[in-house]
Design a protein. Sequence first.
Length: 297
Amino acid sequence: MKNPLREFHCRGALVYAVLKLSKSFPQEPTIFTTENRELAEEVATMLAELGAIVDIRRDLHRLKGDTEVYSVAIEHENTRQLLQEYYHLGRSPLTKDFVERSCCKAAFLRGLFLAYGSMTNPEKEYHLEINALTPMFAEEIHALAVQCGIRFKMARRKGCEILYIKESEQIEDFLTLIGASTSSMKLMEIKVMKTVRNHVNRTTNCETANLGKTISAASAQVQDIRFIEQTVGLSYLDEDLQELAKLRLENEAMSLRELAAMLSTPISRSGVNHRLKRISETAEKLREQGVTAPETE
Ligand SMILES: [Zn+2]
């Protein structure tokens, strides 16, 4: 997972979430444990930026069938003390200063989800949850998420307050908000597959497939037009082709019909298709003559 947080305030908000909601920190060195190494490293890197010396320990977790578990910890007691003072750690209410900006709210939720959240395999059922530790935190996080357009439901499990979402669209929104776009995309793909399997919304899917075709044909056209532009110049083309060539360069995703409508003298869709073919043939002839585009850096 690539770290999407460029701003220092956002990284601070993520670290704040991870430290504040820790069950054991700062009384004990361990902040949280995870099976995901990248995730442990993401948090550790941000803590290190604040000047903390962070340990990532790798243990075997007996209860989880000997899977590897990484624990993120700060051994140095003074550092723990400093972090406690700076971030007002403990079970006191959230310090709003750290999550003032909307970007920081999203970063805060990302930290919570990465360290204390989970998502069940969406192929079985949609379920995303965060362990909010105490009823007060649950309320506060719920309110903060609402400001970002996310509505968690609350439940209590084994003495822990759980915030959860079951609706797939809300889960997608949440994952997109916190920048977990890869898994968010994957979830969407699975949902699309399900939809196709159920023979619902078939047309939407067909349109998507057609759109893909349009774009790949267009990018070949754009390549040809660029080639002509860089070698002999667009004025080399017949006059009726020049306008279309410029239009295509500026509107790569546009359908033939839309392009046709934009020409100063509108022509039919097949007319546009014919002209684009002539442009590509021109490019092809130039290539055959040994004309080559200047090296691009
Ligand atoms: Zn921010």
